[in-house]
Write a protein that binds this ligand. Structure first.
Ligand code: PBG
Length: 313
């Protein structure tokens, strides 16, 4: 009678990894229950999620290492994997909302979200934004509902909005990864898309463009800027360790707010449960309830399917 927060299947957005070819699903070792899927398996998974009442899917491509280069050229390929995936899902399940990441990390050998300067020691903001705009237009043309810039370059939301409008895609929305922190909780995801480390070189640090985990006020600047630049939904990421940020952003902006319960948060619960140290289902449910209570309207989570199933029982 007095319960203030209730989870529902429509709160969830399921992140899904897609691979080329007709091969079997490829399990991601550090993310139990998560596999990379070929396009036809992806379509089946999307149908199942839609049936369960999940609102949306966020698609991430995993490219073969040999298709990557320093410039992330394949991000602008005319018939690239992600574009074929968007078209196939849109055709099979038209009323399921599709989002795609706008960032170069699945396409670059160094795993950064953008292209590097001549010295190779810093991501070039403005040149990257130009590439991201072209990428967003390609995704919009393929039928994506929302593009989700996850790169954290400055000024990219406004530039992408203008590029979409100019190309006739006024109806394509933007979900901005606004308060995306430079977090160690992305580790398992980087295994999943193969962006873990520059091919045999140094460890990947995104500290020059992702937010400092110490900074609360700066996250509010980022979120309000993104709204001013035209974001339709803003996001806080990771979610569980940043509940204070979720609450503050919720109070500061009027758009819907998404929170991304990232791969490391998911892996933690699985690992502890496997050791018999935590109750799996109760911790899963509590972690998601807490994110919603903090103020998230939408939650990207690898638990989306099983939670939706659970809630419908
Ligand atoms: C990259 C991107 C990342 C995630 C989503 N998009 C990782 C990163 O910034 O390196 C992380 C998601 C997760 O950990 O589940 N643009």
């Amino acid at each position: 009678m007095v319960e203030e927060t209730v989870l529902r299947p429509a709160d969830f957005i399921a992140p899904l990894f897609v691979i080329d070819g007709q091969g079997a699903p490829e399990p991601v070792a550090s993310m139990p229950g998560v596999s990379r899927l070929n396009i036809s398996d992806l379509v089946k998974e999307c149908r199942a999620l839609h049936k369960l009442g999940v609102s949306a899917v966020a698609l991430f491509p995993k490219l073969d290492a040999k298709l990557k280069d320093a410039e992330g050229t394949r991000a602008l390929e005319e018939d690239g994997l992600i574009l074929r995936a968007i078209r196939a899902v849109k055709k099979a399940v038209p009323s399921l909302v599709i989002m795609t990441d706008i960032a170069l990390d699945p396409y670059t050998t160094h795993g950064h979200d953008g292209v590097l300067n001549a010295a190779g020691d810093e991501v070039e903001n403005d040149r990257t934004v130009g590439i991201l705009c072209r990428m967003a237009v390609l995704h919009a043309r393929a039928g994506v509902d929302l593009v989700a810039p996850s790169d954290m370059m400055d000024g990219r939301v406004g530039a992408i909005r203008a590029a979409l409008d100019e190309a006739g895609h006024q109806a394509t929305g933007i979900m901005a990864y606004s308060a995306k922190f430079n977090s160690a909780y992305y580790g398992p995801f980087r295994d999943a898309v193969g962006s873990a480390q520059a091919a045999g070189t140094r460890l990947l640090s995104k500290a020059t463009y992702q937010l400092d985990p110490a900074n609360r006020r700066e996250s509010l600047i980022e979120a309000t800027l993104d709204v001013a630049e035209g974001a339709d939904i803003v996001m806080v990421k990771p979610a569980g360790p940043y509940l204070d940020i979720i609450r503050e952003v919720r109070d500061a902006v009027q758009t819907p707010l998404a929170a991304y319960q990232v791969s490391g948060e998911y892996a933690q619960i699985h690992a502890a449960a496997k050791l018999g140290w935590l109750d799996y289902a109760r911790c899963r449910n509590e972690s998601l309830l807490a994110i919603k209570r903090a103020g998230a309207d939408l939650i990207l989570t690898y638990f989306a399917k099983e939670m939706a199933r659970e809630l419908r029982k």
